[in-house]
Design a protein around this ligand. Structure first.
Ligand SMILES: NC(=O)c1ccc[n+]([C@@H]2O[C@H](COP(=O)([O-])OP(=O)(O)OC[C@H]3O[C@@H](n4cnc5c(N)ncnc54)[C@H](O)[C@@H]3O)[C@@H](O)[C@H]2O)c1
Length: 262
């Protein structure tokens, strides 16, 4: 038996797609045949990333918007449908992860993190789901949460809380949208090195993260992208409202703690 995923004729919108996991997700969806609407907060970043994807042979249209802004998000979805006439897959990936100890956390950093990571996902998914409903062909929505939704990380109390919110939002949307043939699932990535990222991470943190991975290699953006492709595909037709942890086994237990010497 051979299994293949083909998004030929489908349209996929990826938020925060200019770099990191979002760019890898856009590339993987493009490779599977989807036409891409690529969002990022600045038009220069979105256009540059799209130009790269076009040069690599994919169909890509930049749809810049700040996902914290409801009007801009609606315009992003409208622009996608104006360009392609349909919307089948949405990946709510845009996120920020500033690191600040809880006692020093300011209200503005809390708001920035929640506005981007939680409200941004809400606004993106609401506009997209309404459009999918109107187009009448259903669709697949994938939110990008984090392993931090279930395991606290020092300095990231606000980030962890925002990513836990994404998990419950995903489940709530899945319940209500299933009747419209729209599936909604969350991917919870483990630690993945990306070129930009939120905070300059200490070598000790990086090393500890790498050491906690049972699989004998580091995770790559493509590992997260592959999970998104799977959840967006017809292979996942009966999967909705779930979370898929993609972390090389890091959250399964303590990889380096062995009761006997081996
Ligand atoms: N890299 C990891 O280890 C990791 C682990 C778990 C979860 N995640 C999540 O994956 C997602 C992508 O993370 P990444 O590591 O690729 O980060 P990144 O910083 O490399 O990329 C995030 C992108 O989102 C864009 N963005 C930020 N705010 C935006 C806004 N308001 N509107 C539109 N675009 C905006 C940025 O410009 C950037 O291009 C985030 O939601 C992050 O929380 C990442």
């Amino acid at each position: 038996m051979s299994v293949s995923i083909d998004f030929e004729g489908r349209v996929a919108l990826v938020t925060g797609g200019a770099t990191g996991l979002g760019l890898a997700i856009a590339e993987a969806l493009g490779q599977a045949g989807a036409r891409l609407a690529l969002n990022d907060i600045s038009s220069t970043r979105a256009e540059r990333a799209c130009a790269g994807l076009l040069a690599a042979g994919y169909v890509c249209h930049p749809v810049p918007a700040d996902v914290r802004d409801a009007t801009a998000v609606q315009a992003m979805v409208d622009a996608t449908i104006t360009q392609y006439g349909r919307l089948d897959i949405v990946v709510a990936n845009a996120g920020v992860y500033p690191n600040t100890p809880f006692l020093d956390l300011t209200e503005s950093e809390w708001d920035f993190t929640f506005d981007t990571n939680a409200k941004g996902v809400f606004l993106t998914c609401r506009s997209a789901a309404r459009a999918m409903l109107e187009l009448g062909e259903g669709g697949a929505i994938v939110t990008i949460s984090s392993g931090a939704a279930t395991n606290a990380i020092w300095g990231w109390s606000h980030y962890c809380a925002s990513k836990a919110a994404v998990v419950m939002l995903t489940k709530g949307m899945a319940l209500e949208l299933a009747q419209h043939n729209i599936r909604v699932n969350a991917v919870l990535p483990g630690f993945i090195d990306v070129p930009e990222g939120g905070a300059p991470l200490s070598p000790a943190f990086r090393e500890a993260q790498h050491a906690a991975i049972p699989r004998p290699r580091l995770g790559e953006p493509r590992d997260i992208a592959n999970a998104v492709v799977l959840l967006a595909s017809p292979l996942a037709d009966w999967i909705t409202g779930t979370t898929l942890v993609v972390d090389g086994g890091s959250s399964a237990g303590r990889a380096k703690l062995r009761p006997v010497d081996v």
